[in-house]
Design a protein around this ligand. Sequence first.
Ligand code: GLC
Length: 441
Amino acid sequence: MKSSLIETLEGQFSVPLSRMRKIRSFVTKEMDAGLAGRKSSIAMLPAYCDAASGQEQGGYLALDLGGTNFRVMLVELPGSGKPPRVVAEAKYRLTPGQITGSGAALFGVIAGYLRKFLKEHAITAEIALGYTFSFPVRLLGIDEGILMKWTKDFSATGVVGRKVVAIQRQALIRKNVRTVKIVALANDTVGTLQAQAVLDPDCGMGVILGTGFNIAVRVASRRIRKETGTYRGKSMIINMETGNFNKVLPRNSYDQRVDKDSGNVAHQFAEKMIAGKYLPQLVRLLVLDLIRKGQYFDGHVPTVFRDKESFQGWHMDVFEAGSREAVQKLSQELFGRDLAPSERRMMARVCRMVSRRSARIAASLIVGALTRLERRSKQRVVVAVDGSLFEKYPGYHRVLTMAIRELVGPSGKDISLKLTKDGSGIGAAVIAAVVRQGSQN
Ligand code: GLC
């Protein structure tokens, strides 16, 4: 009886090729609607820059806000297609109170840490800064934009509908930081694309598979029917905001519950099936049902499954693919005992069904996005990917690659997914350089 229940759930979490194809074709439709300024679940937000050429040079600051950690980096771009160098870096943790409190306070905290960074690294001369702000922002140009909504459980007040850079600038002035000039505002997917494009001109797509999920793609300007101000380049990078895609997804009752429990109900449906923030929440709900209906854990709910945050992404890694010793050690920590073989198998199967589904849906969205990619070369497509799910989750890269091949057939071998570590931060520095050098205008 137990195994049949798990099998039913596996059925609910499977994504057959026919469904992946449907998702792909709806992604293309939604992209076109978004590019034309029509109603769409994918916003298709212009990034006001084209892919970097590799000639970008100089020293720039990058500020990277998109999750509970935010980073400040000093990046040196050598130019000539050589890899950027992170000269100095600091990571700061934001508290739940800060990301859900007042916006002015949140930006003040960021300004304070930036001031600390400048002091510690004795940066006194004027310096240009690229700001990676990984939320849906409607840019007004390369260096200003309006926050459309928060995602990933941020909810700081007084920011939605307002100019993000202006608010950050005011906070910098309040902290007496006057040497830093914010010259570019970008999404993390755009930064990731840029960080790879510096090294490889065939890179036309940036993907984040981490706490959140999103794609940026290089699109021919003639396809962009909506307002793009004074931008004159032949192609432009578009922050798709694919996390909000909501057509033909195989959502089930567990997805509905994750949504109901989230800080942004009825938004970000694809993200809630794909991203690292939500996968452990799905696992938790599945395990809770299996405990209630079967004999696992003697019918008692272990403490780690009582609230929605305690069971975490790295726990999934271990249960799905960890060594016997690693599983044993973690089980002791989480449950105070080793698991019975049947419980171990159940945990592994649940984690696998949730992570596989994530990879197969992500693949469908990536392949959908490829249909509108403006390529530099006919032969190959390089997709820059950053994020802990892609980098660290065992087997994720492989399942994603296989699903892409299943969808596109033999030409799939020309698509390469490149891990672009720290892409979001480095890319912001690249965009700052593009702006300062005026290389795209
Ligand atoms: C969320 C944000 C998006 C970001 C993604 C990855 O989907 O809305 O802007 O790119 O997370 O961090």
